[in-house]
Write a new protein. Structure first.
Length: 429
């Protein structure tokens, strides 16, 4: 089979690739053929793919399997191809339903990276750690900028957005220098105790924590945030898990019961918000779950002079877990003030509300490292995808279970696990 790598066109900031030249070369030596669309923004230039043995061609019609990173505009889809990319359709996302409908009309097959999972539902291929890295770097940058606008000098103002560093290592070195300055000189009294809260403990959270832990961190339990002593040379870090965010309306907390019956639980995270300086949101969220931060809680918080300065919403669901995330942003203009009185985003670093970072393509800010990591994992799955017979009924399709679970569309039909998406497609033009 011939594998095509498409040019990303969702954003001028999207420089990532699903497969790097090194892995293209390794697979070509095993008999694979590649067609790569030219791109002026891809982090790996066309010349590197050509050197690896790929054909550079605008026309991908000769490819059997087409790889991408982000969603593909409906008009760019080709008939009867096998597509692999992050489709963002499993929640019935309205903006992607025209794309899903077109995939069905063109008799294509769609394998969604997001749903390549093990038997316990854990994702096997992801950029999650890199979303955490970039999100934490950008959050610290945003924090420094807000304090500077408010007239407070801190070492945080030296931190740049992730995409302005040449590498993740360079960003880490900068944050280590900031850490040393905090240890030596301390932070202003107005910031103490300085508390960074991180909601969630998965891949995204682990990436964010790796960055935050470069600071002079002392980790504390959620219950301790109410009584932390001022300490100018310490950054308190607290990680929140499900039982800190919600409680059962009746009875005792049970994690599996919460996942299966979220309507039986209510949000309690509001009690922690007044004690946080920075909040990083790294949880998976759907509408059936209680919100982490409501607009109402923020409005009440900002009646006074609140401690909370920045919300780094790495998960970035519009009016989702963080209800004040009223829009997504891009790396070139990554933050806005959520004005609690206007209930609207304001282009500023300071104002009557939290500064919100809401970039929905955060790993694209570390495109080289993120692509290398992702590609090395994807490379292991491609021989299975390429050797499968797509002429047989879906029940007979010979793919490993991890991959078969990710087949959302098969030859123009929604597969059994994704039939529920039919209701979201109805009425889509």
């Amino acid at each position: 089979m011939v594998i095509g790598i498409r040019r990303e066109d969702k954003s001028i900031w999207e420089k990532r690739v699903p497969l790097v030249p090194e892995d293209v070369k390794a697979l070509k030596e095993k008999g694979f053929k590649f067609i790569v669309q030219p791109s002026p923004i891809r982090v790996f230039p066309d010349s590197e793919y050509e050197k690896a043995g790929a054909e550079i061609n605008e026309d991908l019609s000769g490819a059997d399997i087409i790889l991408g990173v982000k969603e593909i505009p409906p008009a760019k889809l080709l008939p009867e191809k096998v597509y692999m990319y992050f489709a963002h359709v499993i929640k019935g996302q309205p903006h992607n339903m025209p794309m899903l409908k077109r995939l069905l009309e063109l008799k294509t097959t769609l394998i969604d990276y997001e749903k390549i999972t093990d038997e316990n539902g854990r994702r096997l291929i992801f950029f999650g750690n890199f979303a955490g890295y970039a999100g934490a770097i950008d959050t610290l940058w945003a924090f420094g900028q807000r304090l500077r606008e408010e007239g407070m000098e801190t070492p945080f103002e030296r931190i740049k957005p992730a995409h302005e560093y040449s590498s993740l290592d360079e960003a880490k070195e900068e944050i280590k220098r900031v850490s040393e300055e905090i240890r030596e000189r301390g932070l202003p009294d107005e910031l103490q105790p300085f508390v960074i809260g991180i909601a969630g403990y998965g891949n995204v959270s682990r990436g964010a924590q790796e960055i935050i832990d470069l600071l002079p961190v002392k980790e504390v339990e959620p219950e301790e945030v109410f009584h932390l002593p001022p300490d100018p040379t310490t950054v308190y870090k607290v990680v929140f898990k499900e039982w800190h965010m919600v409680e059962p309306i009746e009875g005792k907390f049970d994690l599996q019961d919460y996942y299966h019956n979220p309507h039986k639980y209510r949000g309690i995270f509001g009690k922690y918000i007044p004690f946080l300086t920075i909040l990083i949101n790294a949880i998976y969220w759907e509408e059936k779950y209680p919100r982490l931060v409501t607009k109402k809680a923020l409005k009440e918080l900002y009646l006074d002079n609140p401690k909370l300065k920045v919300i780094g919403d790495i998960s970035c669901d519009i009016e989702g877990a963080v209800e004040a995330t009223v829009k997504c942003t891009e790396p070139g203009d990554p933050v806005f003030i959520y004005d609690v009185e206007k209930d609207a985003p304001v282009a500023a670093f300071t104002g009557k509300g939290p500064l919100i970072l809401a970039v929905d393509i955060l790993p694209s800010e570390l495109p080289r490292e993120a692509s290398i990591y992702f590609s090395h994992v994807l490379k292991g799955f491609l021989p299975h995808v390429a050797s499968a017979d797509y002429s047989v009924p879906f029940e007979e399709l010979s793919l490993p279970p991890e991959l078969k679970r990710a087949v959302i569309v098969y030859r123009g039909e929604l597969t059994p696990d994704y039939k529920y998406l039919e209701k979201f497609i109805k009425g889509v033009e």
